[in-house]
Design a protein around this ligand. Structure first.
Ligand code: FE2
Ligand code: FE2
Length: 215
């Protein structure tokens, strides 16, 4: 059963609520090179916007841990062999590919490099790396914050921007990719708030991209 909330859930297009504030800008500034890999410069900011919506729906979560973890979770892609990202990272049993574990390890190293020099203490860094480590490969989340990061990591795909970028990674047409999101990714979402956002985005994206005809 997904984790429920009594709070309001914003299901409007994500472009209407960009990432708020500038408190994380010093972290962004330190990972610019790592955002150049695998469209992280699109994926990470949009996922942060979704993470902030999920935190608004779950005020009991530590939102700073969630926001920093989602910002950094995939920076490890910037430190692995670019060729292997597509050859191993998206084909066959891609969730179990070595390159997946490697990007998680490297992402933890990025967090351990960048956060202490910006004044984040060891306990905070450890909470962030506990989420980054295994974010793609561990079957279950370890905390509410972990669950919200997982959901934010998936939600960006339902927006038309995510569909435009990611359908080609999986060698699927946009409509086939949207069918797969509905069948495989919505059931993986940990919170009912994320499921509602995903369903609203998917309906908008299908209409916008004429998925009923372009099959
Ligand atoms: Fe990842
Ligand atoms: Fe990701």
């Amino acid at each position: 059963m997904p984790i429920d909330t009594v709070q309001a859930v914003d299901t409007s297009p994500i472009s209407t609520t960009p990432p708020a504030g500038t408190d994380l800008d010093p972290i962004w500034a330190k990972v610019v090179p790592e955002t150049r890999a695998r469209n992280n410069d699109i994926h990470l900011p949009i996922s942060l916007a979704y993470a902030e919506r999920l935190c608004a729906a779950h005020p009991e979560a530590d939102s700073l841990v969630v926001r920093v973890a989602i910002l950094l979770h995939d920076t490890g892609w910037g430190r692995v062999d670019e060729e292997r990202i597509l050859s191993e990272g998206f084909s066959g049993d891609w969730r179990k590919a070595d390159i997946r574990y490697e990007h998680e390890r490297q992402g933890c190293l990025v967090a351990e490099e960048v956060l202490p020099e910006l004044g984040y203490d060891d306990a905070f860094v450890a909470r962030v790396t506990a989420i980054i480590d295994g974010h793609d490969t561990r079957p279950e989340p370890k905390s509410l914050e972990d669950a919200l990061v997982r959901d934010a990591d998936r939600l960006w795909r339902f927006d038309h921007t995510g569909i435009a970028l990611a359908h080609g990674w999986f060698k699927l047409t946009p409509s086939a990719y949207m069918d797969r999101l509905e069948a495989e990714i919505i059931p993986e979402l940990q919170t009912s708030a994320a499921r509602r956002m995903a369903e609203a985005d998917l309906a908008r994206s299908r209409a916008l991209l004429k998925a009923s005809v372009l099959r």
